[in-house]
Design a protein around this ligand. Structure first.
Ligand code: G3I
Length: 367
């Protein structure tokens, strides 16, 4: 009730203003209740928008890839942003190889590798060490050594210098890379100075020295064309079985998986192959995955086929409880096989069908 005013015009103004206030209140209440209804409740990101990294984190799985120094380049922010968003594990594509890091006897240059590790730490990513003993990207001084004891000493100095530098910070290393040849019978490769001058024992010693330098680091043998059941994977199997029998600290095998869009997980018997290594008690990782486009089919068709291969590879990896799925790069633009467009992101950093295929696998496969 309101008090009657002697001035009727005032009364009607008062009445009008009260009606206005009431209307405003009712309207306000309606608007605010409408807002409550219209504002979606705070929810998590819809599953279909989660990044590969978020999906992998949720299941305690490592997904990532090789990165170059471009990750530090302020003029290429898309590169760094993509890596930070999508990968929870990274590998330096070249920065930790023998020549870039230890180009002269006893002289180590950790500058670039340190910066890349700092990037990984800042983004809470695991950094996987690649690679200690490989017949490629060697400094000239190593190629000039002709004496067995001197070459073994060089391996020890290199392996222990690098592993000690990153003790406790790099928790997994490719210790020996690609030492089985592709030739008939798959012997140790002859174009390796380590094989030629030292013989098989360099493999065992490299693992022992790496273990001595950081007993907590996980140590891997890494090779290509070994994904399926074949002569080369048989040779790797015998090699690592022999190392285990001698009590050498080897924890896992990396299967590089540089394949093309015609690769078949099924016909290559990839799952059976990975399973036999798991039965030895070893961890397995797909370490350098890329899937090249091939042939004359329309591009869209080829991209779908590529996506199918990526999907099959990740499905197989998860089925054998592999530790990690690593792609060899980020964007097709900088791939070592860029003309075959083998990666998950195109030249403009747009995700390709292969990217969505991996996401579907992570979403659809129970832990
Ligand atoms: O850094 C130098 C630069 O200073 C020089 O001007 C330029 C001129 O060629 O070369 C640059 O080095 C190149 C390096 O990549 C960095 O871009 C080397 O020539 C080139 O040979 C090297 O290629 C790398 C290759 O390993 C070495 O054999 C690829 O980027 C790298 O993706 C590739 O990675 C290997 C894995 O480590 C092991 N498995 C196979 C895989 C593919 O080959």
């Amino acid at each position: 009730m309101f008090v009657q005013n002697r001035d009727p015009s005032k009364n009607s103004r008062t009445l009008l203003s009260k009606v206005a206030i009431l209307t405003a209140c009712v309207l306000g209440a309606w608007v605010s209740s409408a807002q409550t209804v219209a504002t979606p409740p705070k929810t998590e990101t819809p599953k279909t928008e989660l990044s590969l990294r978020q999906l992998a984190d949720a299941r305690g799985f490592l997904i990532g890839g090789a990165i170059s120094a471009t990750v530090l380049d302020p003029d290429s922010p898309e590169y760094s942003e993509t890596v930070a968003k999508e990968y929870n594990v990274v590998v330096t594509e070249n920065a930790m190889k023998w020549a870039p890091i230890n180009n002269a006897p006893g002289q180590f240059n950790f500058t670039l590798a340190d910066l890349m590790l700092k990037y990984a730490d800042a983004h809470k990513q695991v950094l996987r060490g690649h690679t200690l003993v490989w017949h490629e990207q060697l400094p000239r001084y190593v190629g000039e050594i002709t004496d067995k004891a001197a070459l073994l000493a060089a391996i020890k100095e290199h392996v222990q210098g690098v592993v000690t530098q990153y003790k406790g910070r790099i928790k997994m290393w490719d210790v020996v890379n690609e030492t089985i040849s592709d030739g008939p019978g798959n012997p140790l490769r002859e174009n390796s100075p380590f094989v030629k001058i030292i013989g098989p024992e360099f493999i065992e010693m490299a693992f022992r020295w790496a273990h001595e330098a950081d007993p907590d680091a996980k140590l891997y043998y890494n090779d290509y064309n070994t994904e399926g059941l074949n002569g080369k994977s048989d040779a790797v199997y015998e090699l690592v079985k022999g190392l285990l029998a001698k009590g050498v600290s080897i924890h896992g095998v990396g299967f590089q998986t540089h394949v093309d869009m015609n690769f078949s997980v099924e016909t290559s018997k990839m799952r059976e192959n990975l399973e036999r290594f798991r039965k030895l008690g070893l961890a397995v990782q797909l370490t350098e995955v890329d899937v090249q486009l091939k042939g004359d089919a329309p591009k869209a068709e080829k991209l779908q086929q590529q996506a199918k291969v990526y999907s099959d590879l990740l499905t197989t990896c998860l089925a054998v409880k592999c530790e990690a799925f690593l792609v060899w790069g980020v964007t097709d633009q900088f791939s070592w096989r860029s003309s075959f467009k083998p990666l998950l992101f195109d030249e403009d950093y747009l995700p390709k069908p292969a990217y969505f295929a991996l996401r579907d696998v992570l979403l659809g496969t129970p832990k």
